[in-house]
Ligand binder design. Structure first.
Ligand SMILES: Cc1ncc(COP(=O)(O)O)c(C=O)c1O
Length: 432
């Protein structure tokens, strides 16, 4: 097989194609490679297979949907499943987040939120509010909106930012918060930087503040206690919308349907994707408040929001999301993290604090990072553990100096035992 034609995303193409790792099948917590080796997945793929790999019920629902109504556009036509799904999802959403716009990915959900924010302000006669405040170390997908607000330098350096953007400082504080379990105690004052940005730019120019409740790809950074509430209060004072990017954190990853429920801070909009269909098929969703929806929809006759995707609310994706929702609810998976496995995960991850060069371990729900000191003599340790892990049947995410974990919500104690054993044997290879 010639691997040349497929330009792989976020991959060192030349290196991968010299030594490809090809998966053939998956089930539960594992992938199986073409060579028949199993790989314990401590990442839920890309933070998405919350229900584990290849649940049969979801596959069957998708098959049924594709035989029955393979495709229908959502522009000026509809199908029952999308309205039913929207109703079920908004019933679970907190506060008055009563409306949902379907997309095909987290990146699209983010760009949709940015556009809705602008449309909302324009509808209220405040079209000067076009500036977005995001945060250092943020990941908001890879479309031009998400790229423009991104806070991870590597993801922006090849591109121009489009639009006006500024950034809050990130909340990582090794000196004060190292080895915290759950929310770090220190750092609430970092939210006050928003007041400085408001003073600098003028509140009448700022459309929204966009943050991940727990920063994910930037290194798993749980928010300092009180920080999100402080952002909410400052936004309210200045008529600025607050958007949570919950593409990673929604659907049970932090112990509730959303992080906003878990942290009891309700944004004006939130994005989701990934866990929505548990990775079975691409789908994203942007939730917004009744006020935002009513303001935009009542501001125009005819089409009110000039935005949408060919595959918005695709029947197969709606069927997958609905089947996933059945499983999440029947098995109480949104809150499973609070019922034992979350604590076991925390203990297992923190038990690795004695590995060489560890400078921090942090976690919330089923999200964690193990951070190592920078390696002056070669590849960052996070990358090394990822690579050696692959050779030993373990999938973790290497993010430079850190190893990042986001296992499926169905994980059991035995998987944690296997994970700890495998990390320790990989560490022996690296440090002996
Ligand atoms: C917080 C956040 N937002 C947006 C995205 C983009 O989602 P997608 O890759 O589905 O476009 C991601 C993906 O990891 C993410 O972590």
């Amino acid at each position: 097989m010639n691997l040349d034609a497929h330009w792989m995303p976020f991959t060192a193409n030349k290196a991968f194609k010299q030594k490809p790792v090809l998966m053939e099948s998956s089930s539960g917590m594992y992938w199986t490679s073409e060579q028949g080796d199993t790989l314990l997945d401590m990442t839920s793929g890309l933070w998405c297979t919350n229900l584990g790999h290849s649940p049969a019920r979801v596959a069957e629902a998708m098959y049924e949907a594709s035989r029955n109504l393979g495709y229908v556009p959502s522009f000026n036509l509809g199908h029952r499943a999308s309205f039913e799904l929207a109703e079920r999802l908004t019933e679970l959403a907190p506060g008055n987040l009563d409306h949902v716009f379907f997309t095909n990915s987290g990146s699209e959900a983010v760009d949709t939120a940015l556009k809705i924010a602008m449309a909302y302000h324009a509808a209220r006669g405040e079209s000067g509010r076009n500036l977005f405040i995001a945060r250092e170390r943020a990941y908001h997908g890879v479309n031009m909106g998400g790229t423009s607000v991104a806070g991870i330098r590597a993801n922006t350096r090849q591109f121009h930012r489009w639009g006006e953007v500024d950034h809050l400082p990130h909340t990582h504080d090794l000196a004060r918060n190292a080895f915290s379990r759950g929310l770090p105690a220190h750092g609430v004052e970092k939210a006050q930087a928003l007041n400085d940005l408001i003073a600098l730019h003028g509140s009448d120019r700022i459309a929204a503040v966009l943050v991940e409740p727990v920063a994910g790809a930037g290194g798993v950074l749980p928010p300092p206690a009180g920080y999100l509430r402080a952002l909410r209060e400052i936004c309210d004072e200045h008529g600025i919308l607050l958007i949570f990017d919950e593409v990673v954190t929604a659907f049970g990853r932090v112990g509730a349907f959303t992080a906003s429920i878990e942290f009891d801070v309700i944004p004006d909009m939130f994005t989701s994707a990934k866990g929505l269909t548990s990775g079975a098929v691409p789908m994203g969703a942007t939730f917004c408040s009744a006020d935002i929806y009513q303001t935009v929809v009542n501001s125009e006759e005819g089409i009110e929001l000039w935005h949408g995707y060919t595959y918005s609310a695709h029947p197969i994706a709606c069927a997958a999301a609905s089947a996933c929702l059945d499983i999440y609810l029947e098995e109480s998976l949104f809150t499973r993290v609070n019922e034992g496995i979350g604590r076991e995960f925390e203990d297992a991850v923190h038990s690795l604090a004695d590995l060489p060069q560890v400078v921090d371990i942090r976690n919330y729900g089923l999200l964690a990072a193990i951070e190592f000191a920078p390696n002056a003599d070669g590849l960052p340790y996070g990358t090394q553990i990822f690579r050696k892990g692959l050779e030993s049947g373990l999938m973790v995410r290497g993010a430079g100096d850190s190893v990042i974990l986001s296992p499926p919500l169905i994980m059991e104690s035995r998987h944690l035992d296997e994970f700890v054993e495998k990390v320790r044997s990989v560490a022996k290879v690296i440090w002996e």
